[in-house]
Write a protein that binds this ligand. Sequence first.
Ligand SMILES: [Zn+2]
Length: 138
Amino acid sequence: MSQAVAKPIPIPDEITAPFFDGARGGKLMLQHCTGCGKWSFPVRERCPHCFETKLEWRAASGRGTLYTFAIMHQVMNPGFASAVPYNVSQVDLEEGVRMISNVVGVENAALRVGMKLEAVFEDVGDNVSVPKFRVVAG
Ligand SMILES: [Zn+2]
């Protein structure tokens, strides 16, 4: 008899809490440097461009384009057994950062590099939501 294994859920910490709080509220929050004015992701304590420590959280547009993607057929974690094949996609956000996520609501075969995308938020349990992306028409 098999039993379904749950997908792992991110555990927000002191540094990443604003990102996950935003996602739970339907906003894509990113760090913005007060020193050089650039955006950064993944979440970090220092700006990767100028090493300033004063990073503020701002709501990003949520809009981006599909940079590249891979289709996962192999089950690397039993929590994803029912999800294969699924896409792992890199999305270039308008703010100039690249985020790894999934494109949802579209067949994997229909994915095309350069597609216009927008963030949507998926409740993954334990009061945690994560950004995913859907295709924008036009
Ligand atoms: Zn900076």
